[in-house]
Design a protein around this ligand. Structure first.
Ligand code: GUN
Ligand code: ZN
Length: 449
């Protein structure tokens, strides 16, 4: 076979889905000794190594990951890149936390060098954690969006991001106006939406910091550009909800504030949605909205426990994906976030999140929730080649625990309860290696032993 540049193959155990594990048992599929062949950024073939290895010929570079578990790259449905500098800020719930820590941090992004440096660090941290797609809040400054997409385009990652819109109830140096926010967003959409793998999200921060006029204009943008996303925060904290009620006395609920402005529907992503009534979930179901469940953030800010299995009620399921929500979230690791989602599922009700369901929420389910399931979220021919290579024995403790695992579910559960960036051996995006963990003692022993 002639050598094709940009063709590469990976050998190892991999997991993917043949169905939704919330509705179908045995939806998680394991290929114990698998081969994934990638060309020009896509998976062209995958399956058992024994069957597919003749396709490799002499000229396809092959990387072998023995003793690892390969998954589609993780998807983070809600995160703020400028806030990585303010992660772990002590002592406050949502509204004072924003005033005291977040607004001053975001004000630093008036300086494009801060934006470029932070975007570079943030994206390299995502890749160190196995995350290859995220829905990302920038700041109110348009250059914060340019800096982010420039770095993502350089790396070849598929990202969704947008300029935050805020025209009231925030410091003057972070305010736009309804019109300037609209104009700046429109220019960014023209520059970035659909360029390479980059996608734009209209991003009104939340109802408290936007006038009705700004929400209306955001809705106009969202409804009139095909494939555009919308992201905002919804029903996260009781003081926030009370403030929204007094700012919008004529709306029937927090969600109704957004719905009346045209900010609902497919590709609308609402962060948190903790304090929801049945009619809110029903509205999300009928209009096709997505909820981003951010368990580490909800615990850190004392916001409450997202009712995952209420949201997913089989008679009117709502799309749900996981978000890290850094800087309120305490980790960029989707593995750690899956582990916290398990704990919060026990706090919120009596249904337990399984390891397969948690992985679904971080991969194929998230892709479906974001209407990207034709592109990412599965290991299958035709999908974009975004992969995350997990090491179940990344630390001595994980090695000890994993050695006792007798099923795939148990191995995955160990990874999500004990794992974080240390458990990500490598990350591939668009068919290219974009992160390789420095060798551990265990790796060295495997090579020399
Ligand atoms: N609500 C409005 N802005 C924010 C934010 O930056 N983080 C969180 N967690 N909630 C918000
Ligand atoms: Zn957030």
């Amino acid at each position: 076979m002639p050598h094709t540049p940009d063709r590469h193959a990976i050998r190892g155990s991999y997991v993917t889905f043949c169905a939704n594990p919330f509705t179908t048992p045995d939806a998680l599929v394991l290929e114990e000794d698998g081969l994934i062949i990638m060309e020009h950024g896509r998976i062209t073939q995958c399956g058992p190594y024994a069957t597919l290895s003749p396709l490799l010929g002499d000229n396809t570079p092959l990387t072998h990951y023995p003793d690892c578990l390969i998954s589609a790259g993780f998807i983070d449905a809600h995160v703020h890149y400028p806030q990585i500098s303010a992660i772990a800020s002590w002592g406050e719930q949502l509204l004072p936390w924003l005033e005291q820590y977040i607004f001053p941090t975001e004000a630093e992004f008036a300086d494009v060098d801060v934006a470029r440096r932070t975007a570079r660090l943030f994206l390299s941290e995502l890749l160190r954690n196995g995350t290859t797609t995220a829905a990302v809040y920038c700041t109110v400054h348009p250059q914060s969006v340019d800096a982010f997409f420039e770095e993502s385009a350089r790396l070849g990652t598929r990202m969704i991001a947008g300029k935050v819109l805020m025209d009231r109830n925030c410091p003057p140096n972070l305010q736009d106006t309804a019109q300037s926010g609209y104009d700046q967003s429109a220019a960014l959409i023209a520059r970035w939406h659909g360029r390479d793998r980059q996608l734009y999200a209209v991003t009104p921060r939340f109802a408290i910091t936007s006038t009705p006029e700004q929400l209306e204009l955001a809705g106009t943008l969202f409804q009139h550009t095909p494939g555009l996303y919308m992201q905002t925060h919804l029903a996260e904290n009781l003081d926030e909800i009370a403030a929204v009620r007094s700012l919008f006395p004529n709306r029937s609920s927090y969600l109704d504030v957004y719905a009346k402005a045209g900010l609902d529907g497919p590709r609308a992503i609402f962060g948190h949605a903790i304090h929801m009534a049945e009619h809110d979930f029903a509205h999300c179901h009928h209009s096709g909205c997505t909820l981003a469940h951010c368990p580490t953030s909800n615990l850190f800010l004392g916001s409450g426990a997202f009712a995952l299995f209420d949201a997913l009620k089989p008679t009117r399921p709502v799309h749900v994906a996981l978000g890290t929500d850094v800087g309120a979230g305490t980790s960029l690791s989707l593995l750690a976030t899956m582990g916290e989602a398990y704990k919060v599922s026990l706090m919120a009700g009596d249904t337990r999140l399984s390891a397969a369901q948690a992985l679904w929420l971080a991969t194929a389910g998230a892709a479906r929730a974001l209407h990207l399931h034709d592109h990412i979220g599965l290991i299958a021919p035709g999908m974009e080649a975004d992969l995350c290579v997990m090491d179940p024995a990344a630390t001595p403790l994980m090695a000890q625990r994993s050695a006792r695992c007798t099923s795939l579910a148990e191995r995955l559960f160990t990874l999500m309860v004990l794992g974080d960036d240390r458990a990500i051996r490598a990350t591939w995006a668009n068919g290219r290696l974009v992160h390789a963990r420095a060798e551990t003692q265990a790796d060295t022993a495997a090579h020399t032993g």
